[in-house]
Structures are given as C-alpha cells and as structure tokens.
Design a protein around this ligand. Structure first.
Ligand code: LLP
Length: 425
C-alpha cells in the first residue's frame, strides 16, 4: 500500500499502477525521464484549505515558507490562493516579484540579510523584517533613513526551547545561531524603539522544523507572552505575533499536529492573556507542500552481496539530500509493483559518496532494472536543496492537475551545466 498519509489521496493505485490525480506516473516518467519531481495541484490546494479552515476567517496571515519549494508555478498557486510568503533571501524576493505576489504579505527572515537584499525589500514595501541581531537593527535603520523610509520590524526571539526534532532543524536552543536570546529581548527592543529608521510592529519566533509535539510551541508562546506584556508596559506596541513554521508531516508513522489543533491552542492561550487583538502570522513550509510531491527515479542496476540486495537508482543525494543530511526517512514504492515475494533492498544513488542512499534494507516487491520507484513525501526541501554535485543535471518538475500535467521545470542540459564557467584564456 502506498504510504502517502490520509488527507493526501492524490497519489493512488489504479489497475496496479500508481497515479497522481488522473495521470499515470508510469506514463509521464517514461515520457519525460527521471529523476522527476511530480506534484499534485489538488494536494497543494487541499493543504492550503486546511490552514484556511484553521484560521477560520480571523485576520491571521499564512506566509508560505518558500524555502521548502520555490518553483514559481507553486509560488504562483499559493499567491493566487491568497498566501503571504516568508523569505530568507533577495533571490526569493525576486522570484516573488516575478510572479506578482503581494509585497504587503511578505515577511523577511534570516540571520544574514545583506544590504542589497534589505534595499530591495524596502523598495518593495514588504510587511515585516524579522530581525535576528542587534547589529542588524542599526544596519537596517541607517539604510531605511537613507531611503527616506521606516522599516517595519519584528525581533526574532530565541526562547531557549527544545523543539524535540532533529538537531540540524532545531533552531531555538540557547546555542543556536538564530534570533536574539530572550534575556536580551527587552533591551534590544529599547534600542529598536530609539532608531528612527525602524517601526516596531511585532514579535517573531521560529523554533524548528518537522515538529510533531505541540508542547514546544506552547512553551515558546508562554515565554513570549510575558515579554509582550512587558513591552506593552514600556509603550512598545506589539501588533503581530509571528510563530514561524515548523508543523511536521507524516513521512512514516509520525503523529502530526493539525493546523487546527495548533491554532486552537494558540488562540486559547492568547484569549486567556487578553492578547486576542494580536495578528497571528505563521510561516509553514513543509506542511503545505511536503506530501504534495514525490520524486520518481529509475532503477539502473541491481547487485547483491552476502549482506544485501543493492538497487542503484538514477536519483542521488544531489536531487534529494534529506536522507544523506538528516538520515531522514522517505518511503519507497515501485510505481508498478511486480507480483512475487517481497525482499529487502537497499536503495542508493549513483553519487560517489557512501551517504548517497535512500533506504537501507526496506521491504519491497521484486525490483528489476528499469523499474520506476517513487520516493515519497519529497515535495518539501527536495528540489530546493538539490545541487549539481558530480556535475549532474538537476531534475525536472511536473505539476499534475486532474488529467493534465505541466512541466514546470525542464531537466537541465549541458549548456546550463556549463553556464557561467570558462577556462583561463
Ligand atoms: N520560517 C523560518 C524562519 C524557517 O527557518 C523555516 C524553516 C520555516 C519558516 C519553514 O519551516 P517548515 O514549516 O517548513 O518546517 N531542510 C530541512 C528543513 C529546514 C527548515 C529551515 N527553516 C529539512 O529538509 O527537513
């Protein structure tokens, strides 16, 4: 059975072969080649509507964390649905400008914003800069003054919370590089208040990614609330509360927190503290796109030794880095499973790195050369973290809409691989 979790019925078996919506994956993989990312438009729309139901007509703002997947077709879809965006670079902002996203719904996070990036964001009148250091306050204020503007800001607070996720995607522990320590929050806000290029609008926090427990969110909120009250006493008015992204998705058997549960818990907490006037901002990435996409890959070779049956596929860690970088689990599924006894297979990519594998000893139906395997839950942090390592062409991307499909990124060619490089004359 395909492991795509409930709520994502967009990938399913029909006549013993896997479909995305009404399109046979065997058909598009054969036609377009692999590695191929395939996204379901309906899945994207569904995950958006889950958030819409959760915010329940309030003035909360969902800013899609576009680092999860920044294909412009996907950005355009979120923009049409009314989403705001969380960006972390000038490049991301330029992509949004190119698709006509609403700047007033863009928040700018990141520890290392450069001058040109801040300038571009100020010129485009984005909603908010999430400031991550005291020095950044001065730099942004000076820049805004030189442009005769006032930059709207929140300060990203590091609440010192264990988000109970993989250490590389945990961002709110004391030792983390992100945000400003909660102990220094008030003094940093005081500085911001004095800087005439800045306009304080809110407070911000992002504690980590792939969170499967609600407690860390509530712990963070319970640390922010007294701070908001203290700031209000000092006549530093906080209008927005940005709690970042982080909701986990089901890759294997994880229990996930629904956006509705998260919102209900946050709102209860805010109401209890007479803070229901705050505009809530969330920056979900993975939970909007992760399970809306898969990566198709073709079996190249199979070899067995005493220890394992090794399947070498044509996708590698340059296409999907998560298993190599975080030992992340992604389910594997032959898209047209063969009859016969299941066997244990280890599935690896072609790259010259031992970390380049997708699964160790997973039970699959019999596999032969040229079979196509779907790597599940690859919609988030798949294509965006891909590279040209080993001088490989980056994969192609397709969006399926009912019985149609659209190629939204062409497979790279030799020309693109060589672009920008030259030999010494
Ligand atoms: N906001 C900020 C400030 C972030 O740093 C992130 C993710 C998000 C929002 C979106 O978080 P999400 O809802 O997607 O969890 N490459 C890793 C994940 C890195 C997350 C980085 N920040 C992975 O593949 O698991």
């Amino acid at each position: 059975m395909f492991n795509i979790p409930k709520g994502y019925p967009h990938f399913y078996f029909n006549n013993k072969t896997l479909y995305a919506e009404k399109v046979s994956l065997e058909k598009i993989a054969k036609k377009l080649g692999t590695p191929l990312y395939v996204y379901s438009l309906e899945a994207i729309r569904n995950s958006w509507s889950v958030y819409q139901e959760a915010i329940n007509n309030s003035n909360s703002l969902i800013c899609y964390g576009m680092k999860a997947n920044s294909n412009i077709a996907i950005l355009k879809e979120f923009s049409k649905l009314g989403s705001g965006f969380d960006i972390v670079s000038g490049g991301e902002l330029l992509k949004l400008i190119s698709i006509g996203a609403t700047p007033e719904k863009i928040v700018f996070s990141g520890v290392g914003k450069q001058l040109w990036e801040m300038k571009l964001a100020l010129e485009n009148n984005i909603k908010c800069f999430n400031i991550e250091s005291e020095e950044e306050l001065y730099v942004l204020s000076d820049l805004a003054i030189s442009m005769k503007k006032r930059a709207p800001i929140s300060i990203r607070i590091n609440p010192d919370i264990d988000a109970q996720t993989h250490p590389y995607i945990s961002t709110a522990l004391k030792e983390s590089k992100f945000g400003i320590s909660i102990d220094k929050a008030v003094s940093t806000y005081r500085i911001a208040k004095k800087l005439s290029g800045l306009n304080i609008i809110g407070i911000d926090c992002h504690i980590g990614s792939q969170l499967t427990h609600i407690e860390p969110y509530l712990d963070a909120l319970n640390k922010l609330i007294p701070l908001i009250k203290k700031l209000t006493e000092e006549e530093i008015s906080i209008k927005t509360l940005d709690l970042g992204g982080g909701l986990g998705i089901c890759y294997q058997k994880e229990q996930i927190i629904s956006p509705t549960t998260l919102l209900e818990n946050i709102n209860t907490c805010l109401n209890y503290n007479n803070l229901s006037h705050l505009q809530l901002i969330l920056e979900p990435g993975r939970s909007l796109i992760g399970n809306a996409g898969i990566l198709l890959t073709t079996v190249q070779y199979i070899k067995s030794n005493e220890l394992e049956n090794l399947v070498i596929v044509d996708a590698g860690m340059n296409d999907l880095l998560r298993p190599a970088l975080y030992q992340a689990y992604h389910g594997l599924q032959p898209i047209t499973p063969r009859e016969g006894k299941f066997k244990k297979y280890s599935v690896a990519g072609p790259i010259c790195e031992s970390a380049d594998f997708f699964s160790k000893k997973c039970e699959l139906s019999p596999i032969y050369r040229d079979d196509i395997i779907a790597i599940e839950s690859a919609g988030a942090y798949g294509m965006t973290m891909s590279s040209n390592y080993n001088s490989r062409f980056r994969a192609s991307e397709v969006i399926v809409d009912k019985n149609k499909y659209y190629i939204v990124r062409q497979r790279e060619t030799l020309k693109e691989l060589l672009q920008g490089e030259s030999v010494i004359p």
